[in-house]
Write a protein that binds this ligand. Structure first.
Ligand code: AMP
Ligand code: MG
Length: 396
């Protein structure tokens, strides 16, 4: 059996080779003709189970270092306090532990917004994206595919096991119940609602899934487990963007986390950011380059990023919620380009499953551009993507 974990490698490639022009090769200081400081510094570390690389443009090294430390700190807190399903300190862990209790779980504002967005993406993608697949992703043990020493025999889940795990999934059964906004609005007591009567409570005194300001409770049925692996890096990009906006001495940055890249600000020389898109057929190379100005989020999902091979069959990490099996697709990789990090990450996963026709329609609904590398090597992209993407000459 072979185990593969490409995310870390791809991340390094994206920055060092594909993201050529994203910044200087190493720490340094220069001034341009106008006497402006054009220095950038690079930092690499691991966070959220992937390699994170930052290229920071700042007035001096101390500022860049300080920002970089804050960014890594933010990512590790995001994982341990909010989205990890493994760490009992996190909100998602506690939400999962509440499944079937009937009492629901009081969500933070950030996580309620994230789950609302996930539910909407589930609806719009016709169920291709589903954040409630936790029981199935755990059955496949996708996280352990990254651990090299874990080389014992891998066998796909037995049919019965898969059916049982699948029966716990389905975003239609994940209930987000909003307390009405406003001081005089009714309060939801944790002891007053059981799973069975949560719908009645919703219609009587609460509004379900309306996204209004106010506290939100999450009701997961017995056995349901959230898996936010498909949006975690995107959620992190949103947070990093907030940190950049608050850091006035950082003028520009490119941050890559796994399959996601955030660009911010403008290089002092006015040149664009160039972000390469990994070639699924040769992950040390690229299929082409995006030329971008200012703030963008670029997320890529592909069957080459994380997979396992057993008995000559290749199983990858993007699952079809209808079967619980790796999605059968004539796509090898999808890249989404848009301003919003969370959605770019979620959309790349959904579009991989949907394929180019439905995928481009879905991306269009969110104002996003999409590029598909097909199994036969062809590239299909949305019309708007053509303004940013240049295919590598050696492929044409
Ligand atoms: P990404 O690399 O962003 O495409 O996300 C893939 C990860 O999301 C997997 O490792 C799973 O944890 C999770 N996942 C797999 N299939 C789906 C799906 N259909 N919908 C939502 N999350 C998924
Ligand atoms: Mg994703």
């Amino acid at each position: 059996m072979k185990l593969f974990f490409r995310t870390a490698i791809c991340c390094i490639i994206m920055t060092v080779i594909l993201c050529c022009g994203c910044g200087d090769a190493g720490p340094g200081e220069r001034t341009d003709r106008a006497g402006q400081n054009t220095a950038s510094w690079q930092y690499m570390d691991t966070a959220m189970g992937t390699v994170v690389q930052q290229t920071i443009y700042a007035k001096d090294q101390e500022t860049a270092e300080d920002f970089s430390r804050q960014a890594f700190d933010l990512l590790s807190r995001l994982e341990s306090e909010e989205i990890s399903w493994r760490l009992d300190t996190s909100e998602v862990y506690r939400a999962n532990a509440s499944a079937g209790s009937g009492e629901g779980f009081g969500l933070s504002e950030d996580l309620s917004g994230l789950l609302e967005a996930c539910k909407e993406l589930w609806e719009r993608s016709d169920g291709a994206f589903d954040a409630t697949l936790g029981a199935v992703t755990r059955l496949w043990n996708i996280d352990s595919w990254a651990v090299e020493e874990d080389t014992e025999e891998f066998a796909p889940p037995a049919e019965g096991e898969l059916e049982r795990a699948l029966s716990t999934c389905g975003s239609q059964r994940m209930r987000l119940v909003w307390e009405e906004s406003g001081e005089s609005g009714p309060k939801l007591g944790t002891d007053s609602v059981t799973e069975g009567d949560s719908a009645a409570a919703a219609s009587a005194s609460l509004q379900e899934g309306n996204g209004q300001a106010g506290r939100c409770r999450l009701y997961l049925p017995e056995g349901m487990q959230l898996d936010l692996g498909a949006v975690g890096k995107g959620f992190a990009m949103e947070r990093l963007l907030g940190l950049l906006e608050d850091s006035s001495d950082v003028t520009a940055a490119v941050i890559s986390l796994g399959g996601s890249i955030l660009t911010y600000g403008s290089k002092p020389d006015g040149g664009p950011w160039r972000v390469g898109i990994v070639d699924p057929f040769d992950t040390s190379g690229s299929v082409g380059t995006l030329t971008l100005e200012g703030q963008w989020c670029v997320s890529t999902s592909g069957d080459y990023e994380r997979y396992v091979e057993a008995d000559g069959v290749r199983y990858h990490h993007i699952l079809d919620p209808k079967t619980g099996m790796p999605a059968v697709s004539d796509v090898r990789g999808v890249t989404i380009l848009m301003k919003d990090g969370l959605l770019s990450d979620g959309l790349s996963t959904a579009c991989y499953i949907l394929g180019p026709e439905k995928g481009m329609d879905l991306a269009g609904q969110y104002g996003a551009e999409a590029l598909f590398v097909m199994a036969d090597g062809r590239i299909e992209m949305s019309e708007g993507m053509e303004a940013y993407f240049m295919e590598n000459e050696n492929r044409r």
